[in-house]
Design a protein around this ligand. Structure first.
Ligand code: HEM
Length: 493
């Protein structure tokens, strides 16, 4: 397995294990892989006694825990109650703020950069590494919604402080070490701990931590100022109004930038990779977007609204009403889930458990995350062509369920019919890419807003050609996918 980690394709090994040995596979002294949907839903449900294992140490950014790295149940519950409102655009009391406005600022800055610097004209063009640039967008957009300031990646159009470079170099090793937790624990001890990032570093994660430290200090000073100054409307202000302490603010703002940037960037990159490789699907999506929210340069004969307002990024509410866009996003998330093979181990509680007929002693680590790739490619759930990117499968399943519930095909008194059950199973399986129940990703809604807006906005504005059709980009797995060198030519439609 270590070899597979180093090669960056451990997800394939886990899929093979599940196919060969069934829904519960023991692959380490105290580690099991579970690919049974019902068992995973039970293990991760709100009332389950399972808790996060020490594997989550990987997510610790500073001296203390954040919501993602916390294993203690009560502490997590308390922290989640305080931070969740911000992720839903809620401040103190009944006050709400617009997350979408922050996303629009970053998306506008990004498309302006593309228009200014990268648009091709005849033989003249500037190669555009969309893998790297999407990451710049993801970081800047998080800055905008977290504390109303872009991090400046788009403005500078470069990997400032080598944050991406260092992240790409260290993530595979941290991921590998963490699977042998003894070594990972050593890394946290002196003198190895000196290698870990710390606020104030000139490069890498530490540089961003230093940046967030000063933002938080300024905001706390502003919030406690005697002068009545208007306070920004953003997630940081929501955290403050929900009484997070100074160190807690530091942990939550930092984890937000890291749990929310690679993941979202990957969701977008991998969706674009599928779209660029499927001209039929790309055109069909473009046609749907042209009818719903045409970009002004699209032929004026296009139906639907037109005019200057459509130069602003497409609203998320419009996106959510577009069935083909929703099917495309679901399908790309299914084929390559952004967090595909993290173990996300949950410890069996002190009373032990029985899963799929096997007794699991207390402390057994059940890998709920490692199963996702295998489950999202299950032929039993998604059909014989489960390995193929085909958004229509979602529309077909929805139509079958609709017909069934409207009478055709549903037998009297049988509750949900076969087609309804199948659609539900597909949706629940896909849902696992964000975790489930008490462990569900707190940034899920925000991530889906990002994916909807960015994919739709790029597709309605531009046409893309990959520069190297033999190998459009490099993709390897290190908990998240590392997607690199995705060079394209961009044209205005
Ligand atoms: C496509 C994008 C994303 C995917 C696929 C994703 C996936 C996940 C997964 C699998 C988990 C862990 C589930 C478990 O422990 O079993 C998680 C947790 C978490 N995610 Fe996300 N995530 C995404 C985007 C985001 C964003 C945008 C943010 C924040 C800005 C975020 C913040 C978090 C946090 C704080 C947790 C810990 C939640 C808790 O333990 O209560 N994620 N996410």
């Amino acid at each position: 397995m270590t070899g597979q980690f180093i090669k960056g394709d451990v997800h394939v090994l886990w899929k093979d294990l599940a196919e060969k040995y069934g829904p519960l596979v023991r692959f380490g002294p105290d580690q099991v892989l579970c690919t049974d949907l019902e068992s995973i839903l039970r293990i991760t449900s709100v009332r389950s006694n399972y808790r996060k294992s020490d594997w989550y140490d990987l997510a610790r950014m500073g001296d203390d825990d954040n919501l993602l790295s916390m294993t203690d149940k009560e502490r997590r519950k308390e922290r989640r109650k305080k931070v969740a409102p911000a992720y839903n655009g809620k401040g103190a009391g009944s006050h709400t703020f617009s997350i979408e406005a922050g996303l629009d600022r970053a998306l506008t800055a990004w498309t302006e950069l593309i228009d200014r610097k990268y648009l091709a004209s005849g033989p003249i063009f500037q190669p555009f590494d969309i893998a790297q640039s999407v990451h710049f967008y993801a970081l800047d957009s998080l800055g905008e919604i977290a504390y109303s300031q872009s991090l400046g990646y788009i403005a500078n159009d470069k990997d400032m402080n080598d944050v991406l470079k260092i992240n790409e170099a260290t993530l595979p090793w941290m991921y590998l070490l963490n699977n042998h937790h003894f070594f990972f624990k050593l890394l946290r001890k002196w003198p190895f701990s000196l290698l870990l990032p710390r606020a104030g570093d000139k490069a890498g994660l530490g540089a961003i931590m230093g940046h967030t430290t000063s933002i938080i200090d300024q905001r706390l000073a502003l919030s406690s100022s005697e002068k009545k100054v208007p306070l920004p409307d953003d997630m940081l202000q929501s955290f403050i109004s929900h009484h997070l302490t100074r160190p807690e603010l530091q942990e939550e703002v930092t984890v937000q930038l890291f749990a929310g940037s690679d993941t979202v960037a990957n969701g977008i990159r991998l969706c674009l990779l599928h779209l660029f490789s499927s001209p039929r699907i790309y055109r069909k999506l473009q046609a749907e977007l042209d009818s719903a929210y045409p970009f002004p340069s699209v032929s004026s004969s296009s139906p639907g609204p037109s005019g200057p307002e459509n130069r602003t990024p497409i609203p998320v509410a419009t996106c959510l009403g577009l069935p083909y866009l929703q099917a495309v996003l679901r399908e790309s998330l299914r084929i390559l889930p952004p967090v595909a093979t993290g173990g996300f181990y949950k410890d069996v509680s002190p009373s032990g458990d029985t899963v799929m007929g096997f007794d699991l002693p207390p402390g057994t680590k059940v890998a709920t995350g490692a199963a996702i790739y295998a489950m999202c490619h299950s032929r039993a759930i998604f059909g014989e062509d489960a390995d193929v990117f085909r958004p229509e499968r979602w529309l077909e399943a929805e139509e079958a369920a609709r017909l069934e519930s409207s009478g055709k095909g549903k037998r009297e008194g049988t509750g949900m019919g076969e087609a309804g059950k199948r659609l539900k199973e597909m949706e629940m399986t896909l849902g696992l890419i964000f975790g489930h129940g008490q462990f569900e990703c707190v940034g899920k809604k925000l991530a889906m807003m990002q994916m909807n807006k960015v994919v739709a906005e790029l597709v309605r504005r531009y046409d893309f050609t990959v520069l190297n059709p033999v190998r459009p980009c490099k993709v390897e797995n290190a908990l998240m996918w590392l997607v690199k060198d995705f060079w394209v030519r961009v044209e205005r439609r």
